[in-house]
Design a protein around this ligand. Structure first.
Ligand code: GLU
Length: 299
């Protein structure tokens, strides 16, 4: 049996806070306990918001915490070809379609549909499902607009994708979802509607890049925050469509601030660098996130 492979995959669009420290340290502890490998991946497909400075700060914070990871680090911005190849397969299979409706137009469409008091369906994050307008366009119109250079995103045709797969999907969860879901969990990607797979200015969505990378990096265990629990259904569907291996999943609780709100990158007070500047030690951080028993460094 090959050894387990874990990864911590932050986006380099902000500074790491205690929530990230928890996730990184938990991955590291689980990898050590399993005799496995620990990889770091920088999720920087959004090149407008991710910067080299923030990326360097991530390395600094993680090294200060005592983490060691394998080099080279995979940076998504260096692998757009891999995502383009995966996208091409989905285009060839006719399970993605070009979507021309802008986010603003979609908002207006949904508001008009709700004007009579009826509720438009929402995804697990509470966002309205994308209107079906683009999915229903004729092939001729799609071609004409693409040839005219109209901007578009590739969206997954969720119904066509489900038909293509033809069987219910599951994943093994050793953590828990928001409602305590654990063990063999049923995936319901249809709850998300026609998700974006790639955009003109961003050649891969998070969903596409994450499944391609987890496969290319031989990840066996995905350990991440519970906020991504429901997104796993989309990941399972993409893995099935692209014939990729399926890792085990562990969604952990999110670190909350004193008011019970999820920590965010914009709140500097729980930032790792800010805590370090204020005199905290790595051991203090371990205690703050409750992992001081779990993580034993080999200094
Ligand atoms: N890059 C994502 C984030 O920072 C995490 C992706 C994942 O672990 O699958 O929220």
């Amino acid at each position: 049996m090959t050894s387990p492979v874990f990864r911590f995959a932050p986006s380099s669009n902000g500074a790491l806070h205690l929530g990230h420290a928890y996730s990184a340290l938990l991955n590291f502890a689980m990898a050590r306990a399993a005799g496995g490998r620990f990889l770091l991946r920088i999720e920087d497909i959004d090149v407008t918001r991710c910067t080299p400075e923030l990326e360097q700060a991530i390395y600094r914070d993680l090294a200060w915490l005592g983490l060691e990871w394998e080099e080279p680090v995979r940076r998504q911005s260096e692998h757009f070809d891999d995502y383009a190849q995966a996208l091409e397969r989905l285009v060839d299979a006719e399970i993605v379609y070009p979507s021309f409706m802008s986010r603003g137009e979609a908002r207006v469409y949904v508001a008009e549909a709700e004007a009579d008091g009826s509720a438009w369906p929402r995804d697990p994050d509470g966002a309205p499902l994308f209107p079906p307008v683009d999915r229903q366009r004729s092939e001729a119109e799609r071609r004409r607009r693409m040839e005219a250079g109209d901007p578009f995103a590739w969206r997954l045709d969720m119904k066509a994708a489900a038909t293509h797969v033809g069987q219910p999907l599951f994943w093994e969860e050793s953590g828990a979802g928001p409602d305590g879901e654990t063990g063999r969990v049923s995936a319901h990607p249809e709850l998300w509607g026609d998700v974006v797979i790639a955009r003109k200015e961003m050649p891969a969505s998070y969903h596409l890049a994450v499944v391609v990378d987890d496969a290319l990096q031989d990840i066996t265990h995905v350990v991440r925050g519970r906020d991504l629990f429901h997104a796993t259904a989309v990941h399972r569907l993409l893995q099935e469509l692209l014939g990729l291996p399926v890792p085990a999943y562990h969604h952990h609780a999110l670190a909350l601030d004193d008011d019970g709100r999820k920590l965010s990158k914009s709140r500097g007070d729980t930032g790792i660098a800010a805590l370090r500047a204020a005199g905290a030690s790595p051991g203090d951080i371990l205690r703050m996130v409750g992992l001081d028993q779990a993580v034993q460094y080999q200094f």
